[in-house]
Design a protein around this ligand. Sequence first.
Ligand code: NCD
Length: 334
Amino acid sequence: MQHFAPPHSHVVSVDDMDKAWIDEIFALTSRIKTTFLCGPDSPEWKNFSTRLQNRMLFTLFYEPSTRTRFSFETAMQYLGGMVTTTEAARMFSSAAKGEKLCDTIHTCARYGIGRSAIVLRHHERGSAQEAASLEVCPIINAGDGDGEHPTQALLDMFTILEQFSDQTRKTLTLAGDLKNGRTVHSLIKLAIKMGMVGHFQLVAPQGLELPQEYLNDITQAGLGYVTADELNPEIVMQSDVIYMTRTQKERMVLGWLRKVATKLHILPQRTGAIYALTPRLAEHLKSSAMIMHPLPRNEELPVELDHLPQARYFDQVENGLYVRMALLLHIFGM
Ligand code: NCD
């Protein structure tokens, strides 16, 4: 079996990352981005394009995905590596026959003959940690239930730092389902770690507020926050970054969902979700502000905003490719 040096061969939680390591990943990401924007004839591209030859990436997805899976798979292939994938593992892997996650991880590691890594998306919080603790090959957490999504946070932060390279601390607004949205959980931890946020504005409908553990992280870091149950002009005006997220309907018990949807109006109504960034609200954005979203979006982020110079969600998508290339090079020690 391949031996790999802890602590950074797995990417499970932002908690495990230190700032020096993140800076290194971002420096490599910038180099990759510059190289790729120069085009495939540049000598450096040729150098990158064979780095992961004979390496195998297993993408093991027990939940739906578009960007996370595609970006890891294209990243691996741009670097000359190979990919084996299951995109609906709950249905089409042996999980449907009752196989435990640990047996699937052992299986991939054996086929990977010491030259593989696994990108795991799973519906249970803690599953990536469980897989990593087997220590049979590097594990990248691509989302574990309502827990974390550390690689999304890295690409979000890379996109923010591309725009805000100055040292002044920013106001970060997080809006939507802050209870179940794993991207905001990881982003809060990372923003604290990078020291780039001075103040948080947390906007969530009743019942979907940010869990106490993340509020504790914010206060322990000596940072302030305000909470609100809907977006308003003042919150929008104060935001340097406004990070919208969708309601994670799939994480809610059906009966509860129906009750909340009808009584509290948190699900999209005919007129749109209550916390939507409407074109009228968006008029209050600073010209330097960034509208972000991990995607997929629902009614909380109307397509009418896509033409705004502040709209940065497709930049996030593109940066996801470069950040994940950097992560793969790192994981494979190349
Ligand atoms: C997010 C996720 O899966 O947590 N999607 C993504 O990876 N970009 C956000 C979401 O599903 O709402």
